[in-house]
Design a binder for this molecule. Sequence first.
Ligand SMILES: Cc1cc2nc3c(=O)[nH]c(=O)nc-3n(C[C@H](O)[C@H](O)[C@H](O)COP(=O)(O)OP(=O)(O)OC[C@H]3O[C@@H](n4cnc5c(N)ncnc54)[C@H](O)[C@@H]3O)c2cc1C
Length: 455
Amino acid sequence: MAGAASAALLPMVARAQPTNPDVVVIGAGAAGIAAAHRLIAGGKTVVVIEAADRIGGRAYTEADSFGVPFDQGCSWLQGPRSGVPQVGLARELGFTLIDHNGADEVLYVGDRPANSAELSAYHRAYEQIEARVYGIGDVSAASRLPADLPFSAEAQSWIGPMDFGVDFADLSTGDMNSYGSYAYNYLVKEGLGTLVVAHGQGLPIRTGVAATAIDWSGEGVRVDTTDGTISAAVCIVTVSTGVLASGAIKFTPALPVEKAEAIADVPMGLLAKIALKFDGERFGLRENDFLTYAVPNDVPAEACYFLTWPAGIDVAVGFVGGQFGWDLSRADEAEAVDFALGEFANMMGSGARTHFVKGIMTDWAINPLTLGAYAAAKPGHFASRKTLAEPLGDRVFFAGEAVAGRYKALLSGAHLSGDFIAGEVVDVLGGPGLCGSCEARADQRERMLEAQEDE
Ligand SMILES: Cc1cc2nc3c(=O)[nH]c(=O)nc-3n(C[C@H](O)[C@H](O)[C@H](O)COP(=O)(O)OP(=O)(O)OC[C@H]3O[C@@H](n4cnc5c(N)ncnc54)[C@H](O)[C@@H]3O)c2cc1C
């Protein structure tokens, strides 16, 4: 393929789709795409069904809003060096990767940049909170907060709602402790969603086809869809825990109690973006910086923090998360945009409004195909992620970001999970999978959940 610009415009070219394949993959996000590649490499026939009319799932770049690529979903390509092809693929296709490790952050107090004492206090708050919440079993992060710490609310907002999609009270220290370190951290100028779509090119994917029921009562599975029934030996379910909890896919027999409980224990958190386009005025803010402000009365989470002019576009991307994000998502989009613009203007001065062109808010909270941004274990329920990952009778397997071990919640984790689970399925179906012997599979899955880390 030529350059990134053409990759963005590539039509979906699907290979032949068997009527009754070895494997049905439900969902064509990063996990489903990775699974399909692994299955095909293992000599299995596969059909991927995707309810939306596009592939990529929560990796979604569009240019309609601002006339330039804008990632509505994931935008940082982060993860371990091994096993994740996206960085190599990006280079091969001529995408522009912007190294965002050690990104700069600007802190405002009211309408002025923080002075050095305030900045030090903010950094101290971050360090002290992290020192107290990491390395502690599986409790609510809020129970570990130091008292009377200046700038605690601001640090909490980034760590809780904006990183994990949940308020500090709902943040499991088990989830926090089990994160892997990133070998890389890039913004992608042409869009991370564009890259994921490029990775899905040529796969046997049926878009606009939703799974409505999975019958696993007999040998193999029968998957009812909005366009007929598909019989297969195995299916791999990659939909979010929000979709699983919604009951949009009916299981026969019903999901075992412990599986249903695990889904409830690892519900969706929310990160939403409120993106503000300006007319080119930069307000003295640099490209690719984070912009944080002191919140009134030290109330965490009711804030919209920004990434300014990512990859050079004239857009300040605001982030809201946790309960406040859910509340704003259920309100009118115009209200949410007005809130974000108000917060921006509080810092930059009311003149900022005269440079404002338009704003949008992402709809992950209410989109029935996601119902949230990414999964977050409830405090005390981190272990439920393992139950979530267990297959049903060697016929129904689960993959995706929620069961992605150390890279849970991330695109790279979704990819690794899809790849790993598909390898397991190849083993089950009798082929050169990943795990060697069937006996070793459960053990391997557990290790995958705990130890996907190479640096
Ligand atoms: C706002 C936001 C910001 C994020 N930022 C980052 C980031 O910067 N870096 C990062 O690494 N990660 C980030 N993430 C997380 C990342 O996008 C996800 O972890 C990853 O894309 C999930 O991939 P997946 O394949 O597990 O699920 P999905 O991408 O959700 O794929 C599942 C697919 O199943 C489809 N589906 C749903 N129901 C049905 C059905 N009944 N039948 C058929 N298909 C169905 C969906 O349409 C979807 O395409 C962000 C997510 C959001 C929402």
